[in-house]
Design a protein around this ligand. Sequence first.
Ligand code: ADP
Length: 164
Amino acid sequence: MSRVICPGSFDPVTVGHIDIISRASKMFDEVIVAVLVNVSKKPSFSIAERMNFLRKVTASLENVEVVGFDGLLADYAKQCKATAIVKGLRAVSDFEYEFQMSLTNKKLNPDLETIFLTTSSEYMYLSSSIVKQIAQFGGDITPFVAPCIKDEIVERLCKNRNII
Ligand code: ADP
């Protein structure tokens, strides 16, 4: 049985992420979407909120499970017996960091492979931070996030903007 991990910050999940997760769910028996605590990033949404969004948008994908995770991905992969990490690759800018992470994870856990799925061309410009910027300035994020979570994202980000 093939079990893989799709890790990320998902702050918040975009249609670009959903594309990668659903393509992975067709290729492998089980996909664990791991919402990671990334110490180098200051998230806008809590882990619980991000997991809630992910559960909503992946509800129709039966072999996808959403978990929160704080620690080393290489250890977590061993723990849950995942054989590979699946990551989306947008452009040259993603490559250097992902290449470094892939080699580091291989060093920490030699059995762990990293598989890169090329972004679908219509999403190659899309990132969580772009979505947040548009929403915070009152722009329409309909093309960038799933309809079932759009209003919640807008409401939360507009609330934050008023505080600032
Ligand atoms: P992080 O940058 O913290 O790893 P992200 O939540 O930004 O996490 O992204 C998680 C994964 O999804 C990464 O592999 C990233 O390259 C991929 N990804 C993000 N946006 C897109 C997109 N528009 N198309 C394809 N892959 C994407």
